[in-house]
Design a protein around this ligand. Sequence first.
Ligand SMILES: [Zn+2]
Length: 212
Amino acid sequence: MTKIRFHPKDETLASYIRGTLDVGRRVLVSAHIEVCASCSRVLATSDHLGGSILEAADPAPLEINALQKVLAQIEGLAASPAPEKTSGHPFGLRTLSGYELGPWRWVGPGVHWRSVSVPADHGARVFMLKAAPGTSLPHHTHTGTELTLILQGAFAHQGGVFGAGDFEEADGTIEHQPVVEPDGECICLVAMEGQLQLLGFLGRILQPFVRM
Ligand SMILES: [Zn+2]
C-alpha cells in the first residue's frame, strides 16, 4: 500500500472514540483505522484511550489488533472476536463485513455506484463509487459533511492527490471536482450527511442515488 497522507481530523477521531459519530461516518473512520498504522498509534496513545480503558481491556502487549478490539468494544461494532485474516472481507476490510453491499450499477460514463446498507441513522448515506481512469467525478458542493476513503486507485483535485487509504473530509466550504488518475480505476467508500448539490450531466444522473 502506498503511504497514507490524508487522515481524519483530530475532532473526528475524538468523536469516533467517544462513540458520537453517526453510523455512516463511523464506518468510514473504522475502515481507515484498519489500514492506517498512524491513526492506530494516535488512538492508542491518546488520552481518550489511554490508561484505564486499555489496561482493563487487555494487559497483553498492545498490537493493532488489540486496539481494534478495544475500539469495537467501545462502539459495539463487533460482538465476535476479530478473525485472523482479512482476505475474506470486502476490500480486505473487516469493517465492511457487517454490511450488505449492493450490486454495481452504471450511473454515468465510466462511473458505477453501489449501496452499502447501514442501519438508518440520522439520514446517513454510505455508498461506493467506482470510476474509470481519467474520469471527472461530479462537480459538487456540500451543505453537510462528506467523508471519503479511497479503497483502490487514486484521484486528484485542488486539495491534492488522494490514494488508497487516504481519507478526505469535505464540508460546505469546499467545492471540488475530483479527476481519477490515469493509471487505474478508483474505488471510493463515501459517507454523506446533509444535502449534496451535484452539478452537470453526471451529477444529475448521480443525484437520485446519493439521496437514497
Ligand atoms: Zn490515518
